[in-house]
Write a protein that binds this ligand. Sequence first.
Ligand code: ATP
Length: 308
Amino acid sequence: MLAAVPPPVTVRVPAKINLHLAVGPLRDDGYHDLVTVFHAVSLFDEVSLAPSDAPGIEVHGEGVAEVPADETNLAWRAVQLLAERADRDPDVRLVLRKGIPVAGGMAGGSADAAAALVGLSSLWKLDLSRDELSVLAAELGSDVTFALYGGTALGTGRGERIVPVLSRHPQHWVIALHRGGLSTPSVFRELDRLRGDEPPPDRPVEPVLEALAGGDPRQLALSLGNDLQAAAVSMAPDLRRTLRAGVTAGALAGLVSGSGPTCAFLCTSADAAIDVATELAGVGVCRTVRVAHGPVPGARVVDLHEPP
Ligand code: ATP
């Protein structure tokens, strides 16, 4: 008798923004210690996995020209890593549908890798917990772990050591997508260049944690900060105009997301976010705008008929 072929599994995974990103000095191994607050927002990629005699990866959606559809794709590396640990052949077809901007500082590649781990574990009925998958996630990249859990979390080390953070109310965001992307390593190099021999500025994380616990977006707006912002703006000076335009349009505050060039604007409510997005879209300072809310859960298997 033939074994039944398991049906495909689809995983939805969110983008992240960093509400706080403090970058320590350059270490001897070329990395920087980070203290960051990750916040998962409602822009999603979808990753489907199905058993296949023609294993490989397909990529659809925005920015596909910039996404490798081969074994260098981070999601495919996740499949290979889990297959190796499970002692199986990676005989699956992976389909990525990108909704997260590519090279936008929103960790889209890391999100896809997290989704591939969750999806393959489900497809192969490996029954691995998120904590077990997080060991593999940390091997794949520093933002992959957060994408497994989502929500709001404090990240340390290179960002791979995370603990959940209490965040009392949903927050409403306008996300401004830029033309083109910025390479994360080059933004870190620019930060090192700008700093020269100066020590990193003191950027305590407590105010942002207190603001999240309190839930008041006005308080949160005062405590947002990103050490990479100056470097991203130095490499893409147009971002200065984008950041100014968001606040002029009525946002409480704006900041570059991670290494940029995507900018995130905090708004007082869902309605205010729609107003800010409409106005910002009309000024022509970015490629497109999206409205989003956070925190949202991390990578999870979805029923395709379920709304996002
Ligand atoms: P980072 O996580 O380093 O902050 P980012 O969010 O700015 O990165 P990504 O969208 O993750 O940017 O893409 C960074 C680069 O990784 C892309 O230019 C692309 O070549 C490569 N890449 C590999 N796998 C993927 C993937 N699944 N989705 C998007 N990009 C990928």
